[in-house]
Design a protein around this ligand. Structure first.
Ligand code: HXC
Length: 514
């Protein structure tokens, strides 16, 4: 027995070491950590349990039968992150470029199935070249099995993709189906077809990074939710995100010890937000003032920055915050902002994370380009996501709330449980000047002093339709609050709603706008 145990230890040691010192050196020369170093950074020390370390492919042809390394290029198993169970698979680029063959795919399928059965998050550390060319259609079928599991587990367990190398083809589609995508600058790229294929088909010449690097996906395509400069910071942030997620859709996120008083007053807000609706400010400063210890995790920070989506804690409870950002496009909603917020709202709803919506919105962004690219269809996604959300929902109107954008930003009429407003709120179909130009256009044109008439009508409109108590008088906001009481009021509303239960009618699934 001892002899066999020693033999086993030797095999496992070999699997852990990887294929060769030369391959490890090549990995380092690309500026990347090895798969084992990454897993050490992800999990609490000494908690990782590996399965199928001794798995090897049985493929033949194209010279592959001569190389059958243990693990087949992917390490799978589970461990603990901040004491809570998390499953992971991690490509080993040193073995066939981390490419996916039959055995490799089956290992990922198994760990995804286990994560779903155990009700714990699944993290993919991605550094792989897509379908393994030598294994042909079996490799492609392996991807099909991953996609099917990604979708099956969507809204059941949190799924996180961490991009740590060049990921092509199928290796790019699976992350797109998961909840959060992390990328590390300079080493991670994501594309369906790489620069060589692009050049061959379209004649465009482009580098890997310019085609699918972190900067592109963080700010233009919106594929990356988070971007970091190095792997260590990235994996630490993955751990931080996991600390805010429930294990599955039947749980709520872990509650932190609330050592930031729930009734802490927030008088700084009186100076942070200018009363004049046209003046700009950073809504993230409002968020910082309100949430526990000023800590929040912003999702898609660099994409569609005119809306801020963040996870934060209020009295220890994880809360999703959606806020218009007056610093960008005056906080107007455009196509990308609608898509970003819709997906965030949908995610929060799927995982029992209550929603707080901070409204300061002049409307949907007008323009030919927006209309032609389908702002109706994309704006409808946000509407659909809010209307469908059954988690506790609290709206707080900070200042402007005009037109369709007011309705969409979780107004009471689309199902917010509680709607609060500051005394600076201005809820209306549109701003005063625009409204007067529509309704009194003829009168202004016919007048001897058009400017004076216009001014008069604007003042009338403001007094009659835009005063802060107009909505309160009609019960469309539940209370107008002093900004200094914002934190206490939000926490009280969320506490009241903690056990909210409002199921939707039975159906297979809705037909949400795409
Ligand atoms: C098998 C592969 C491979 C692949 C790379 N390798 N891609 N082996 N199948 N798809 C091997 C290389 O032969 C090499 O092996 C090692 O991995 C490292 O590759 P390099 O090219 O030397 O590395 P690098 O210069 O860093 O370039 C990495 C890369 C490039 C950008 C990923 O290798 C590349 O473009 N590969 C092809 C990507 C691709 O087209 N994949 C298929 C996508 S289609 P040695 O032995 O020399 O170390 C797909 C279908 C699913 O995935 C679609 C579902 C929707």
């Amino acid at each position: 027995m001892r002899g066999r145990a020693a033999g086993l230890a030797e095999r496992k040691h070999g699997a852990r070491e990887g294929p060769s010192a030369r391959a490890t050196e090549a990995q380092r020369s690309r500026g990347k950590l090895t798969v084992r170093e990454r897993l050490d950074l992800l999990f609490d020390p000494g908690t990782f349990t590996e399965i199928e370390a001794l798995r090897r492919h049985r493929a033949r042809g194209f010279g592959i039968e001569g190389r059958r390394p243990s693990t087949d290029g992917v390490v799978t198993g589970w461990g603990r992150v901040h004491g809570r169970r998390v499953f992971a698979y991690a490509h080993d680029f040193r073995i066939f470029g981390g490419s996916l063959g039959e055995a490799h795919a089956e290992k990922i399928h198994k760990v995804m199935d286990l994560a779903e059965a155990a009700g714990a998050p699944c993290v993919g550390l991605c550094d792989g070249a897509g379908a393994r060319i030598q294994e042909g259609v079996t490799a492609l079928a392996g991807y099909g099995g991953i996609f099917q599991r990604n979708v099956r587990a969507s809204g059941v367990i949190p799924q996180i993709s961490v991009m740590l190398g060049p990921c092509a083809g199928g290796a790019a589609y699976s992350p797109a189906l998961t909840d959060f995508v992390f990328m590390v600058r300079d080493i991670a790229q994501l594309f369906v077809t790489g620069p060589d294929v692009v050049r061959a088909v379209t004649g465009e010449v482009i580098t890997h990074d310019a085609l699918g690097g972190a900067a592109v996906h963080a700010s233009s395509s919106g594929v990356a939710s988070f971007v970091h400069d190095d792997e260590e910071t990235c994996l630490e942030e993955v751990r931080y995100l996991l600390s805010m997620l429930p294990g599955n859709n039947r749980e709520t996120a872990p509650v932190a010890d609330g050592d930031d008083p729930a009734d802490r007053r927030t008088p700084a807000l009186l100076d942070l937000v200018p009363a004049e609706p046209g003046r700009s400010y950073d809504v993230r400063a409002v968020l910082e003032e309100v949430v526990d210890h000023g800590d929040y995790l912003e999702v898609h920070e660099h994409w569609a920055p005119n809306v801020v989506c963040a996870l934060a804690r209020l009295d220890g409870h994880v809360t999703g915050v959606v806020a218009n950002q007056p610093l960008r496009l005056a906080g107007a909603l455009d196509i990308e902002a609608s898509e970003k917020a819709a997906r965030f709202v949908q995610w929060c709803d799927a995982f029992n994370v209550p929603l707080v919506t901070l409204v300061d919105v002049p409307g949907f962004l007008p323009g030919v380009e927006q209309e032609h690219q389908g702002i109706i269809r994309h704006g409808a996604k946000l509407l659909y996501a809010y209307c469908n959300a059954t988690v506790p929902r609290v709206q707080l109107i900070l200042r402007k709330a005009y037109g369709g954008a007011y309705i969409v930003m979780d107004s009471r009429s689309v199902g917010a449980d509680i709607s609060l407003a500051w005394p600076t709120n201005e809820i209306a179909v549109m701003g005063a000047e625009a409204a007067v130009d529509v309704v009194h256009r003829r009168e202004i044109a016919a007048s001897a002093d058009p400017e004076a008439v216009r001014e008069l009508r604007v003042a009338e409109y403001r007094e009659e339709l835009m005063h802060p108590y107009y909505a309160a008088e009609r019960g469309l906001v539940d209370d107008v609050i002093d900004p200094a009481e914002t934190r206490a009021a939000l926490i009280e509303a969320l506490a009241m709603l903690r056990h909210k239960h409002r199921p939707l009618p039975m159906r297979k699934h809705g037909n949400q706008p795409q």
